[in-house]
Design a binder for this molecule. Structure first.
Ligand code: GAP
Length: 435
């Protein structure tokens, strides 16, 4: 395939994903009816479901599934002193250039030579702080300045003492948080990949200084395991050692997990050794009872963007094949992640006996058990299958006239299209075994 065709194919894949996400109610452009707000996206019903499943899976593995992890849900707004101490006021910058002619602004590391919009010359590179600044209360002076947090991490560091005092954890232990972060990106782009408002899932793992390398390797393995668990195509994941000049101001070692997105190999998640940088700057310490001394623990930080996790999962799950002479697109999502586990349909929606049976004996009990169950009686069965395939629903259950006689339903598998006849009484068990 020529380079041009390869590029077109890749652009095509992103277009297909963006269009599927809108058509099927996963993701919409933020403020769309007012022309859109760059770098913001809104999640629709199935997007929220996918997002919740991914977050719940993460929490289950990294918090509920462990004995050494403490959850936090800190306020997004914090006192400006926290961001001064963390180094973000001083150092959370991206390089910016402005075109002298049209005054459009770009990230200096993403443009070369002339302005791509008008061909004009660029001025000097300036440092642009990416935090959204605001004022707390009615007074707009220096003392009321605050910022929307650019990482959830600081919400954990500022609660380090509270957590230690409340739970008396022994080292090593971790704090975990899922929440919104905001960055005034100069060039938001690539759908939900680089946005201005997003969610992070972060862990601050506190260790003795001499142990950091051991736990860095350990967390690398845990991160890779989780990526596989949610269905990210591991052949497209690369571990990249981030060089000296490219690491964040707090990090002494960073490994980025990059993914082959259609628009290039880019950062998916990151793992950083933050040393004692944050705790020291917040003037926090810890009494190590084992050693009988006051120490400042060191931090290994696995960090995950929710939106990027979703994009990698969608790109890994998107498939096309041919069914009945037509191209069908489907999301091969793992059942534990899929927004809908199964869809229930009466074969014909104008036959009350089928609708009644499907509703009372199949849909209602499955809905009560799994929640993520859809009722779908729109269009013919072929259309319903196509729709559920695009949502990534692993099983479609159809109630037909035979069901009324033998209490068995057809269960169709999303990936193979194969159909099984299953007893209605066995449906819960059948589905539980698959998720
Ligand atoms: N606490 C460390 C930290 O924030 P980061 O590498 O700047 O590190 C962590 O961000 C993760 O957040 C990234 O690996 C990525 O998944 C996600 N992320 C960062 N900036 C983002 C943006 N503008 N849009 C979407 N996700 C982003």
């Amino acid at each position: 395939m020529s380079e041009k065709n390869k590029k077109e194919n890749k652009d095509d894949l992103m277009e297909k994903i963006v269009s599927l996400c809108k058509r099927r109610g996963f993701v919409f452009q933020g403020s769309e009816i007012y022309g859109g707000l760059a770098g913001t996206w809104d999640w629709g019903h199935f997007g929220v479901a996918l997002e919740n499943n991914i977050k719940q899976n993460w929490w289950k593995k990294f918090v509920d599934g462990r004995r050494d992890m403490y959850g936090v849900d800190a306020a997004i707004l914090m006192r400006q002193e926290a961001w001064q101490a963390s180094g973000h006021v001083e150092g959370f910058h991206d390089p910016l250039v402005e075109c002298k002619k049209c005054h459009h602004r770009f990230r200096a590391d993403q443009t070369e030579g002339k302005c791509p919009d008008c061909g004009g010359d660029f001025g000097e590179v300036q440092q642009f702080n990416m935090m959204f600044k605001t004022h707390i209360g009615a007074t707009e002076d220096g003392s009321s300045v605050s910022y929307l947090r650019p990482e959830t991490a600081q919400g954990m560091f500022v609660n380090f003492k509270n957590t230690v005092d409340a739970f008396h954890p022994k080292l090593p232990f971790g704090m975990a948080q899922i929440g919104k972060a905001f960055r005034n990106e100069i060039a938001p782009r690539d759908f939900i990949f680089r946005v201005r408002e997003f969610e992070q899932m972060e862990i601050e793992y506190f260790v003795r200084s001499e142990d950091w390398e051991k736990y860095f390797e350990y967390w690398k393995g845990e991160m890779l395991d989780w990526m596989e668990e949610i269905g990210i195509d591991m052949n497209k994941v690369h571990e990249i050692e981030v060089g000296d000049g490219d690491r964040a101001h707090y990090s002494k070692r960073t490994v980025d997990f990059e993914f082959n997105f259609p628009f290039g190999q880019k950062e998916l998640f990151g793992l950083a050794y933050r040393t004692d940088f944050d705790l020291k700057n917040h003037k926090l310490d810890y009494i190590d009872e084992e050693k009988g001394e006051k120490i400042v623990p060191h931090v290994v930080e696995p960090t995950f963007g929710v939106g990027r996790a979703i994009l990698a999962v969608l790109l890994s799950a998107y498939h096309e094949d041919e069914k009945g002479g037509e191209v069908r697109s489907y999301l091969k999502l793992k059942p534990n992640i899929a927004p809908v586990i199964c869809a229930v349909s009466p074969l014909l929606k104008n036959k009350p006996e089928l609708v009644e049976y499907a509703n009372a004996k199949v849909y209602a009990p499955l809905k009560a058990e799994f929640g993520r169950v859809a009722w779908d009686d729109n269009g013919n069965i072929g259309k319903r299958y196509r729709r559920q395939d695009e949502i990534g629903t692993p099983f479609c259950i159809v109630v037909d006239f035979d069901t009324l006689k033998d209490d068995m339903v057809t269960v169709r598998d999303r990936d193979t299209g194969e159909q099984d006849r299953i007893k209605v009484a066995d449906l819960k068990k059948y589905i539980k075994e698959k998720i």
